[in-house]
Design a protein around this ligand. Structure first.
Ligand code: TRP
Length: 474
């Protein structure tokens, strides 16, 4: 396969290229399922990306799984030939060749969502009377669908609810996994609304090499970390799919409705499924879609079918909800609104997101102060210069510096953050000093999380996970 390593297979027909991209996509998936080494997976993903670029250059179209090229037009010299660093984002893979990370403005265009601009942030502030969360102010939640509708509802004293989730693929959660939950907790507080949290243990059983019992066990363990974020037990329902699907006819009915209105061809196109994927995977998107409809939770919303849903999630989950929004009106429901976050970068750099399967790419919620310090000092990619002299002279580059990026997520003080940025850019602050600030920010934050988690009893988990009426009347 070395001949197509650089994607320069100009002589292939569009259909041949299409088949190569499809085959490579399958290879990436099977490497991941078979727990191949990170290097092997990275190499396969790189080849996949370059094949996609070649495909686009040859056909003028983006590769779309399941949709072979029909009406292709070869691109002329002044066509889109400079797509070398096209990013790759789907629910399973995030990859870019750019050290600054994924180009999120391009992603907004590609996904057809809307930018969270100053105007929307101001409106959130006006409507709620609360200072917008720093995740909003700093563009960490950067994209949305229909957030203005949610604000209209709130202004008109109409109810809505929040829905988010987590795929429990391992016992260990890392810092990046906290982002949607920290933000969701803030949303729950400022809007005072019900929240449902889905734990997709079924998804992880289908995709990973895990037994059903293990996946369920991870769901319960992860629930403790989620609860430790501070959710209000009277306003929050957490559920494991393996448990709740069999308990709620409201939920299962909605799953079946979605199933009837989405074809195999559509999920192939959206998720890249192939004929050799098991039918559990093909059906799974319906299970992630259904909690977007209030009638999946009759114990909370009684018979109300028209309570709108707002979903805070990382942008890689958007394919599920594009599908959901597409079917919603056809089955008589409202489309869920969405707030999308950027990815939390790996310690090694923003080319990919933190991964729970690579211990050195992540800071775990179970790490000791010493581990946090060592990982940051040893692995956090630096935008500083090679020598102190050069650094003093030219300054560091915050745009690629992982320690600085992490501070934008976790250092709440705007003035201090700006001060760090200026000092680092000018060369007054050295990488080691910047890392020290990060270490001193994260150590107490993680220790406090561990403290809160310790206090969570099995009884509390059970309570959060019992289908019940919440502190709202519908
Ligand atoms: N599929 C998600 C994951 O693997 C978990 C999830 C389920 C989710 N429902 C969600 C995430 C709703 C965000 C919003 O992590």
């Amino acid at each position: 396969m070395a001949d197509i390593q650089n994607g320069n297979s100009c002589s292939s027909s569009p259909l041949e290229l299409f088949e190569r991209v499809t085959a490579q996509g399958e290879k990436v998936r099977s490497l991941k399922a078979g727990k191949a080494s990170t290097d092997e997976i990275d190499a396969a993903v790189k080849l996949l990306l370059s094949l996609k670029v070649t495909y686009k250059t040859a056909t003028g179209q983006d590769y779309k799984a399941g949709s072979p090229p029909v009406d292709f037009s070869p691109v002329s010299n002044n066509g889109p030939t400079t797509t070398q660093d096209e990013d790759f984002v789907d629910p399973w893979t995030v990859q870019t060749s750019n050290a600054k990370g994924v180009d999120y403005d391009k992603l907004i265009v590609r996904f057809g969502s809307s930018k969270i601009d100053k105007e929307l942030i101001n409106r959130i502030e006006r409507v709620t009377g609360k200072t917008p969360h720093h995740f909003l102010r700093r563009g960490i939640f950067f994209s949305h669908r229909d957030m203005n509708q949610i604000l209209d509802a709130y202004e008109n004293k109409k109810h809505f609810y929040l829905y988010t989730g987590r795929g429990p693929s391992s016992e260990a959660m890392h810092l990046g996994h906290l982002i949607p939950f920290i933000f969701t907790k803030w949303l729950q507080e400022i809007f005072n609304v019900p929240l449902v949290i889905q734990l997709t243990d079924d998804e992880k059983y289908l995709w990973k090499d895990l037994t059903i019992d293990k996946a369920y066990e991870y769901a319960i363990e992860n629930a403790k970390d989620i609860i430790a974020c501070g959710f209000d037990i009277n306003k929050t329902f957490i559920f494991s799919d393996l448990d709740y699907l069999g308990m709620s006819s409201g939920y299962y009915k909605n799953v079946v409705k979605v199933q009837k209105h989405v074809t195999f061809n559509q999920v192939k196109g959206i998720f890249g499924f192939t004929d050799s994927d098991c039918i559990g995977k093909i059906n799974f998107p319906a299970i992630q879609a259904a909690p977007s409809f209030s009638s999946s939770f009759p114990q909370i919303f009684k018979d109300k079918k028209d309570i709108q849903c707002l979903i805070p999630c990382a942008i890689d989950q958007d394919p599920y909800f594009r599908m959901t929004r597409d079917v919603a009106p056809r089955i008589g429901y409202l489309k869920p609104a969405l707030l999308h976050s950027v990815f939390f970068p790996a310690l090694q750099g923003a080319q990919t997101k933190m991964s729970a399967s690579d211990p050195n790419s992540s800071i775990f919620l179970t790490d000791t102060p010493k581990q946090i310090k060592t990982k940051i000092n040893k692995h956090a990619f630096s935008g500083g210069k090679d020598t102190i002299e050069e650094h003093r002279k030219y300054g560091g580059n915050c745009e690629v510096d992982v320690s600085y990026m992490y501070l934008t997520f976790f250092l709440e003080d705007d003035d201090k953050l700006e001060q760090m940025k200026q000092a680092y850019t000018s060369g007054a602050l050295l990488t080691g000093e910047l890392k020290k600030v990060l270490i001193e920010t994260l150590q107490p934050l993680i220790a406090a999380h561990q403290q809160r988690r310790k206090q969570i009893t099995d009884e509390m988990v059970k309570q959060f996970m019992t289908p019940r009426k919440l502190a709202f009347d519908f």
